[in-house]
Design a protein around this ligand. Structure first.
Ligand SMILES: Nc1ncnc2c1ncn2[C@@H]1O[C@H](COP(=O)(O)OP(=O)(O)OP(=O)(O)O)[C@@H](O)[C@H]1O
Length: 760
């Protein structure tokens, strides 16, 4: 039978649930106290056992066995504690808000189910609350009333959905409840979206929309691509997706087998509370720059923020052409092709220590030429490496027998001697001397061992330059290509590498050495995928060959390449992964901003008819035009003062870091002001000033877009920058212009924005 539907019944049920939660909390706390006590006893006992009789051999054996047993007991007991802690946390979350949804379904019998962030079970199998990720809970998100289907581990099932109700419950009080026949009705969503911004992103499990649910629950695509408007919930959807995947593959998938490429550190921190709020550990997060730097020790990698800043000053047409090629799938497949049809001439390095050549490139070459000629390239290099290590071992022995080693031993201080000898016992003084001489020689040559281990005997830089010589594309003149290759060489000489070269260089290195692949990662997420070149995505697929990918982005927010790379996300992906099962989702409903801001932001784009604003009204965006810098600065402080009075967190967004620094130096208002830089790790209350690329993926109650003049926003690609700035605002948007505003704005219909008081 369905449970009654009146508010009094629901309120009473919430009270009963709260009592049950309290009861289970008490039981869990008692068990936890017991488990802690038990662990303590076992540890104490373990200490005593370890101390007991070790004089006799028999006693020793007995003690060892007993120590092993104690260790196992400690491990079990600690695990038991962890399970109880987990349960305590889950109950705490349920106590704060036990559930948010109810469904009445008929599938043979009549059932009323309640859905929350975790399950609550009594008597082994009676579910008072179902976890939002359970198969049956899919109905809550997907179904309108009537016949509905849902997936279970046994295959698809059918049910008749008779009723659906949404709740806003805090502790044991129902704040609001609504019946809805739609997927998830507007009322609760209206309330959630009307809230002020916070320092951390919140989970959205109570109000997941149907199209977001499809992304969250997809388990069969190899490559899931989400193209979604700004604020359409792409990031939210994938974070709940991670929670969903962890729940469903609990035994095979661990959070450290999931990796997410995030746009910057602020963003990583901003989203870091979502998974813990759902009872899950965070996945690993890395920025593109960190990933490259880690793989290219010894080379200084150009990061895309620095490049973006430089591009604002000058980006010649030939540079654009070069980048289009170097950052393409074609460049990466050309490397494959070159290595497939012919084994390249290899370049080797001398291995040098303290200015002396220990192993010459000629020796390396000779070794390489003697290895199995039928093996593939990576195997040949591995065999070369092994032979080099053997050669080095010989050199260690020679050095140990040399006068040099004897001299070193004579000079050994007492502490160096102790460090070398450690626990070793020697049968004679001579044996000790031999041992020490070998240790001294080993230490001396250790850097060469490391160099061999890290493949430094290969001159990869020369190899890459050689490859570039062979890959000159038809659309670029020989002179221009040569001159760029020279520039790559001179960067290498200064231990630097430009961003466009990183993916092809790493790929060449990995293909030659057979390394660079991490087979542990099962899922790879790339947020803001439009900011990654095809070559970078290609390399990621190579680096994580077993990972299923979820790529999400918005071509309209392409900040870094819009001025040289016209591309469609889906075309790029199809070209990149021709063999894979690709599923594309589009999210066109935007939730972040008021209807006025969403409509304005959307209109900034040449193709904008796709974005559907959520119906939440607010003031129109305001354009304030100032003739002089003095006026602009005054308007800026007035706007900040007003907005900060009204909201907790506002942002001044600029195009470049230099502009952000300049504002920070001059802005004087009675509020906390923070200049955000690439190294800042978390958001702050008050006013934050930052270039737009650091605000990627973030949102603020109010945004002031700084200097949207025609001078600043008159280039190709500036539509995207302005759109990204505007779409960070949730409730209010003010745009300040020094002199004539950009045509991108003035060409819009006048009803989309209001003009502020300082028109010139
Ligand atoms: N189903 C939902 N229920 C409640 N809030 C939602 C929902 N979907 C999105 N939101 C809210 O909308 C805002 C934007 O979501 P999110 O940051 O995930 O969008 P996005 O598509 O990644 O945006 P962008 O591309 O601009 O970074 C967030 O505040 C998020 O909590």
């Amino acid at each position: 039978m369905f449970a009654p539907t009146d508010r009094q019944f629901e309120q009473e049920r919430v009270k009963q649930i709260a009592q049950e939660i309290a009861k289970q909390q008490q039981e869990t706390a008692d068990k936890l106290a017991n488990a802690e006590h038990e662990t303590h006893l076992i540890e104490q006992n373990y200490g005593d056992t370890a101390k007991i009789n070790t004089m006799e051999i028999d006693d020793q054996m007995e003690t060892n066995a007993s120590v092993q047993q104690q260790k196992q007991l400690v491990a079990l007991s600690v695990e038991n504690q962890a399970i109880l802690m987990n349960k305590a946390n889950r109950l705490q979350r349920l106590q704060d808000s036990p559930y948010f949804g109810r469904i009445d379904i008929e599938d043979g019998g009549q059932d009323t189910l309640y859905i929350g962030t975790a399950s609550l079970i009594v008597d082994e199998d009676e579910f008072l609350i179902y976890d939002w990720r359970s198969p049956i809970a899919g109905i809550y998100y997907n179904g309108t009333l009537g016949k509905v289907g849902y997936q279970t581990p046994m295959g698809p099932q059918q049910a008749d959905l008779r009723g659906k109700r949404q709740f806003n419950i805090q502790q044991d009080q129902i704040i609001n409840m609504f019946d809805t026949s739609e997927t998830i009705g507007d009322e609760i969503l209206q309330q959630v979206l009307g809230d002020e911004a916070s320092l951390y992103m919140q989970n959205i499990v109570a109000t997941i929309q149907r199209e977001q649910n499809d992304i969250i629950r997809n388990t069969d695509a190899d490559i899931l691509v989400v193209q979604g408007a700004a604020g359409s919930g792409k990031t939210s959807a994938i974070l709940q997706r991670v929670a969903y995947l962890l729940y469903h593959s609990r035994t095979q998938l661990d959070s450290d087998q999931i990796i997410m490429f995030s746009p910057n550190h602020l963003f990583s921190n901003y989203i870091s509370h979502v998974l813990p709020s759902l009872g899950e550990k965070n996945m690993r997060q890395v920025t593109l720059n960190e990933f490259f730097v880690q793989r290219l020790s010894g080379l200084n990698v150009e990061d895309r923020f620095t490049r973006f800043e430089r591009d604002q000053v000058s980006l010649p047409e030939t540079t654009k052409q070069m980048r289009r090629y170097l950052e393409s799938t074609a460049m990466m497949t050309a490397i494959d092709e070159k290595l497939r049809i012919a084994q390249p001439d290899l370049y080797f390095n001398d291995l040098v220590l303290d200015g002396e050549v220990v192993i010459s490139q000629q020796q390396v070459r000779e070794i390489y030429q003697r290895v199995n000629p039928h093996a593939n390239l990576a195997e040949k290099i591995l065999q070369t490496k092994n032979k080099l290590i053997r050669l080095l071992q010989r050199k260690v022995r020679e050095l140990a027998d040399s006068d040099w080693a004897q001299e070193q031993l004579d000079l050994l201080s007492e502490s160096d001697y102790q460090d070398l000898v450690l626990e070793h016992q020697f049968s004679s003084a001579n044996a000790e001397q031999v041992y020490l001489a070998k240790q001294v020689a080993r230490q001396k040559l250790y850097p060469i061992y490391e160099a061999i281990y890290n493949n430094y005997f290969l001159d990869l830089e020369q190899q890459y330059l050689d490859l570039l010589d062979q890959l000159q594309p038809a659309q670029i003149s020989a002179a221009a290509w040569r001159s760029r290759t020279e520039s790559v060489r001179s960067h290498f000489e200064r231990h630097q590498i430009q961003l466009s070269d990183v993916a092809p260089y790493l790929y060449l290195r990995d293909r030659l050495t057979g390394g660079g692949q991490n087979r542990r990662i099962q899922y790879l997420f790339v947020d803001e995928m439009q900011d990654y070149s095809a070559a970078q995505l290609f390399y990621m697929q190579h680096a994580f060959p077993l990972a299923k990918m979820t790529l999400l982005g918005d071509y309209a927010q392409d900040l870094f390449a819009a001025n040289y790379q016209p591309k469609s996300i889906i075309e790029t992906v199809q070209e990149l992964f021709p063999q894979k099962k690709i599923k594309l989702h589009e999210l066109n409903n935007s939730y972040r901003s008021t209807i006025q801001i969403t409509d304005f932001a959307g209109a900034l784009l040449p193709e904008h008819d796709q974005i559907i604003a959520f119906n939440r009204p607010g003031p129109k965006p305001e354009l304030i035009v100032c003739p002089r810098l003095l006026d602009l600065n005054r308007e800026l402080s007035q706007a900040c003062t007003r907005l900060i009075d009204e909201y907790g967190m506002i942002a001044i967004l600029t195009k470049t870091q230099a502009e952000a620094e300049q504002i920070f130096a001059t802005l004087q208002i009675d509020a906390e002001v923070t200049l955000m830089t690439e190294n800042k790790r978390r958001l702050h209350h008050g006013v934050m000033i930052m270039p737009i690329y650091l605000a990627k993926g973030l949102e603020f109650d109010a945004v002031i877009g700084y200097n949207v003049s025609q001078d600043s926003f008159g280039q190709a690609g500036d539509h995207q920058i302005l759109y990204t700035i505007a779409s960070r605002a949730m409730h209010e948007l003010i745009l300040l212009s020094l002199g004539t505003p950009t045509k991108i704005i003035t060409d819009l219909p006048g009803e989309l924005y209001q003009i502020g008081n300082q028109v010139c």
